[in-house]
Design a binder for this molecule. Structure first.
Ligand SMILES: Cc1cc2nc3c(=O)[nH]c(=O)nc-3n(C[C@H](O)[C@H](O)[C@H](O)COP(=O)(O)OP(=O)(O)OC[C@H]3O[C@@H](n4cnc5c(N)ncnc54)[C@H](O)[C@@H]3O)c2cc1C
Length: 387
């Protein structure tokens, strides 16, 4: 029996577990186990808005950042109906794109036009709109600060918690096991092979889990695991960047086919019940002179007020909106390197990091799963010779 353990059951771990189970459905020789120290949706994924800034992101066509976005957007189109069909669950998925309101002359219109040309060659469509055309098409918006808009019809938004729950249920139905009472603390190695990990239970008891491969998808907890297992190389540092968001009920709903609106890093997310999510603040921790976080950031109420005011600037109906709730969460941002980190743990041949997705973990989950599966296949886990 080959055991692949996935440490962390946020959106990255859950979608990876589902994709692996699809590749090896109910394989009697393969045990896929997802371990978390708590039930799902209590960490970063539970706070996310699920906005997928893919085609509209200013990433070069040849960059890793764009390829991950492209692969995810393509896979989401089949993944969402697939998960709904397997589980019978509804996963709210906004297919009406993202409308970006531009309030500053930079990036220039030429930059957007170049991006639109580049994206067209990759079968993604961006429309550059004048303020007048934007006003005609989206009459609920106030556009006095808008100098142009970019409408990305192929970008998406998904509700992260229903997606996470559906991925878990679908993986479970295909034989994946989930354990929500195991904090991964340390590893047992033999040369360059990881033989097992030590799990601490909530009861305080520690136990050893034997495994053939480990994929670390533990978000902000990944650095602790990686550094405990790493025999050589630079330690991984992940900084927690706080985000606060609001759930509002405006007096009248946006039309059902309305895109997500984004401006100056503020997202206005229309939901099918007529309510709106607004998010998210970007609050960094205090750092030392080497950019190391000294502590986690503390939510700033003024940042939340500013977020709402800024959203109201573009969608005035939010002025009279009732606040249903507000929430916060931490984004796992790698220090001194770009997000995400998808690479083997230094010194180990059978342990992979697939983590630190910062602001785009929901968007990048399917492409991350693809890269992790390629690694599983290249390292020949499960290895038919060992069965
Ligand atoms: C307010 C906010 C808004 C956001 N909006 C968006 C958005 O619109 N679009 C987008 O794409 N992304 C968004 N993000 C970012 C996104 O939420 C993250 O990038 C993504 O959720 C990371 O997923 P994950 O699975 O790596 O981590 P998590 O969801 O944090 O899951 C990691 C899991 O690992 C577990 N764990 C940690 N340490 C251990 C250990 N030692 N042993 C066992 N288990 C462990 C944790 O309990 C947790 O369940 C947002 C984030 C925030 C905070």
């Amino acid at each position: 029996m080959t055991t692949i353990a996935i440490a962390g059951c946020g959106i990255i771990g859950a979608i990876l577990a589902y994709e692996l189970s699809r590749l090896y459905p109910r394989c009697p020789d393969l045990d896929i186990l997802v371990i978390d120290r708590q039930p799902p949706a209590r960490a970063s994924t539970g706070a996310a808005l699920g906005v997928m800034m893919g085609a509209i992101s200013l990433k070069k066509a040849k960059s890793r950042a764009w390829k991950l976005r492209r692969d995810s957007l393509v896979r989401y189109e089949t993944l969402i109906p697939e998960l709904s069909a397997i589980t019978g669950r509804s996963i709210p998925y906004n297919r009406h794109g993202i409308l970006k309101l531009c309030t500053s002359p930079k990036p220039t219109l030429e930059t957007w036009q170049t991006l639109a040309d580049e994206r067209r060659q990759q079968q993604f469509h961006l429309d550059i709109l004048t303020p007048d055309t934007t006003a005609d098409r989206f009459p609920d918006l106030r556009l006095d600060q808008t100098i142009a808009a970019v409408y990305s019809i192929d970008d998406r938004q998904v509700e992260p918690i229903p997606l996470l729950e559906a991925a878990i249920a679908a993986a479970q139905s295909q034989g994946v096991r989930f354990d929500y009472d195991g904090c991964v603390e340390s590893g047992i190695t033999d040369g360059d092979r990881l033989l097992g990990v030590t799990l601490r239970r909530s009861s305080g008891v520690s136990e050893t889990l034997d495994l053939d491969a480990l994929i670390v998808t533990a978000g902000t907890g990944s650095a602790t695991i990686a550094n405990a297992l790493m025999a050589e190389g630079e330690p991984l540092t992940i900084m927690n960047v706080l985000g606060q968001a609001l759930h509002l009920r405006p007096p009248s709903a946006l039309p059902q086919n309305h895109p997500v609106i984004t401006c100056d890093d503020v997202h206005i997310v229309p939901r099918s019940d007529g309510t709106i999510w607004v998010g998210a603040t970007l609050e960094f921790p205090p750092v030392d002179c080497s950019d190391r976080a000294l502590s986690d950031p503390i939510p700033d109420p003024q940042a939340l007020d500013h977020l709402r005011r800024r959203a109201t600037d573009f969608y005035p109906a939010l002025e009279q909106a009732d606040v249903i709730s507000s929430w916060q969460g931490m984004r796992p941002r790698p220090v001194d390197r770009s997000a995400p980190v998808i690479e083997p743990i230094a010194g180990l041949t059978n342990a992979l990091l697939a983590t630190a997705h910062y602001r785009n973990g929901v968007l990048l989950a399917p492409a991350t799963a693809q890269r992790a599966i390629e690694w599983v296949q290249q390292t020949q886990i499960p290895n038919p010779d060992r069965r």
